[in-house]
Design a protein around this ligand. Sequence first.
Ligand code: ADP
Ligand code: ADP
Length: 226
Amino acid sequence: MASLSLRNIKKAYGNNAPVIEGLNLEVGKGEFVVFVGPSGCGKSTLLRMIAGLEDITGGDLLIEGERANELHPSERGIAMVFQSYALYPHMTVGENMGFALRLSGMDKRAIKEAVGRAAEVLRITHLLDRKPAALSGGQRQRVAIGRAIVRQPKVFLFDEPLSNLDASLRVQMRIELARLHRELGTTMVYVTHDQVEAMTLGDRIAVFNAGKLEQVGPPIQLYREP
Ligand code: ADP
Ligand code: ADP
């Protein structure tokens, strides 16, 4: 697990007006921070900048106190889980989960062990030899999370991971995510539109609007009756 510091972060695409400006946030080691806010306010862009999938126009990103603006994504110790599961259709679940480790040059036996452990945590051991097409939405999302877990990241970034699931699966997966956070203790940054997810998962909720944070605090403080 790692702390994150976002200091005066700015993002502009080309010469357009900035989509994020003057954004400051400290995320503690092991903390679960949830971003909420209307569509188009810059939440995904912020996650992609933290992951290194998007350049930071201005300001500093610190991971464990070290400036990380220019670090390659693979060197950040961060894993991102997307809304669309982005699984490789021609690979089995086990191969999907082991793929990043294979690229990193880890030997086969170690990969198998790591994949096996992650599969147990996510209760998908029985699915390891199936292809993604043979899985339900909830199972696919578990595999996507499993693929992130095997890399043993210090930080997880979730971009609306449950929004493609039906209501009952969403509830189930929300409980699983809370359990994962308790068991792994990994720092988590989570974007959602769902107020229940935000309230039940977040140690703190950050309310995003028009490229700025309007309010940051624990759920009980944010959602208290005025
Ligand atoms: P959110 O995740 O909060 O819905 P996004 O981060 O996806 O918002 O988008 C924030 C703003 O940045 C939007 O106005 C969007 O149109 C713009 N944007 C996102 N990606 C790009 C891009 N690649 N090029 C230009 N503008 C973009
Ligand atoms: P290759 O494509 O090199 O023959 P494999 O078919 O064994 O390799 O799968 C690629 C990687 O995914 C392997 O490193 C393997 O450990 C992992 N993997 C595939 N299937 C499983 C499984 N059922 N359980 C655990 N790991 C698996």
